[in-house]
Design a protein around this ligand. Structure first.
Ligand SMILES: Cc1ncc(COP(=O)(O)O)c(C=O)c1O
Length: 407
């Protein structure tokens, strides 16, 4: 009988195939970030509504939400009814708020699956009033626009609008919320003005006997920069995933939870003068070795990163050379004679002393880290990890500073 030849990582041909491109999501790091958020909150009674829309910013909505629920969060924000229904299946007891608009044809599903809609118009409210069980007091959250200009009733008209809804019999105004448009601005005044408008609406409504159970305004930057905006519910998204919403320093202890990894799928020598990839945008200037990685713009490793980014192989930064293609990307590993076919490659994450953050990729191509992680394709398998015992100890000992030294 012939001996089975090892494939990647010592596996035999009969064992489960190793993915050649995958994302590792650290659920303990997520919970760690949640704890940091909770520590920042001005009032410990303030609840957290975790934003898990867009597949939890590319991290995988269901596993992320399940981990957060174990961490004590029971309120989640998504963008659409589809997302809400997928979440409802996984978390039967969770509260779910849809932040986007609701079409009339969707109203019954909202009600049947106990999904809370955002109401921005009298028309929206009437659909729910007509479809909800009589005196069922179906909860809705009313969006008040204090300066964003997208969903929501303008704050000047909010008082009458909310009073009209509050008089309806089958629905109840469980929440009032607004969203900040310039919480990253060096001048805090814009956000404080928005908050002031919102608080005035709340106060006028309370004076007229309408008090919503939840009042909420703070996204991640609200949590970090505007304690006054915490009210009794906060809506953090990106900081839970350990990413920076702006140039603002992240609170100590927050760290990224996702690494994107691949392997060298092919390796070959390239002599001086060779040109690489579509458009021949890179010419080899000295004999080197070129690694082909099985990742491209169809996976979310953006075309704009062509000739701009680097990856980490064996703890060393290696430049991306030539154009990123649909499924493959080339990297110059000439400075790393020890590089071998099937070596692990870090596209986002840390290897040894080097790290590449989603923020770095975003900066190199002039976008925001939100777009980098949200753009990671569903074709990339997500592997969910928990800390090993040693990592937990290091984490408690303050190892997170390594990740947090961007500033
Ligand atoms: C209404 C609303 N609230 C909260 C958030 C979370 O924002 P962030 O990820 O910046 O914390 C978003 C994200 O886009 C949002 O649209």
């Amino acid at each position: 009988m012939s001996a089975k030849r090892p494939l990647v990582g010592g596996q035999t041909p009969t064992s489960t195939p190793t993915p050649l491109l995958w994302a590792e999501v650290h659920l303990d790091a997520l919970i760690n970030n949640l704890k940091v958020v909770r520590r920042i909150l001005k009032n410990q009674k303030t609840e957290v509504l975790a934003i898990v829309k867009a597949d939890a910013y590319g991290h995988g909505m269901v596993p992320v939400a399940k981990a957060l629920q174990k961490g004590g969060v029971n309120f989640f924000g998504v963008a659409t009814l589809d997302e809400a229904m997928a979440l409802r299946k996984a978390l039967p007891a969770a509260r779910i708020l849809v932040l986007g608009s609701c079409h009339r044809s969707q109203v019954r599903l909202f009600i049947r699956h106990r999904i809370t809609p955002t109401v921005s118009s009298a028309e929206d409210a009437r659909f729910f009033e007509e479809a909800a069980p009589e005196n069922g007091r179906f909860p809705v959250h009313v969006k008040i626009d204090t300066g964003m200009g997208r969903l929501g009733v303008w704050h000047e008209h909010a008082e009458d609008f909310v009073l009209e809804i509050a008089r309806m019999e089958n629905i109840t105004v469980e929440g009032l919320y607004t969203h900040f448009s310039r919480a990253d601005h060096s001048e805090k005044i814009h956000t404080l003005d928005q908050l002031d408008c919102f608080e005035k609406v709340i106060a006028r409504l309370e004076a007229r006997g309408v008090r919503a159970r939840y009042r909420h305004a703070a996204n991640s930057l609200g949590v970090i920069r505007f304690k006054k905006s915490h009210l009794n519910l906060v809506r953090p998204g990106i900081i839970l995933y350990g990413l920076r919403p702006s140039d603002e320093k992240l609170p100590r202890g927050i760290r990224p939870i996702l690494s994107l990894k691949t392997r060298i799928a092919f390796l070959k020598d390239a002599g001086k003068g060779r040109v690489l990839s579509y458009g021949a945008t890179h010419r080899v200037s000295r004999p080197t070795r070129i690694a082909t990685l099985p990742v491209g713009y169809s996976h979310g490793y953006r075309w704009a990163l062509s000739n701009k980014s680097h990856v980490i192989v064996r703890g060393r930064a290696c430049p991306v050379v030539g154009r990123v293609t649909m499924d493959q990307t080339l990297v110059d590993v000439g400075a790393l004679p020890s590089a071998k076919r099937w070596d692990e490659v870090t596209l986002i994450g840390q290897d040894g002393a080097i790290r590449v953050l989603a923020e770095d990729l975003a900066r190199w191509i002039g976008t925001i880290p939100y777009e980098i992680v949200c753009g990671l394709s569903s074709r990339i398998p997500r592997i969910y990890k928990r800390f090993t015992r040693n990592e937990s100890k290091r984490s408690r000992a303050g190892c997170h500073r390594v990740y947090n030294s961007l500033e």
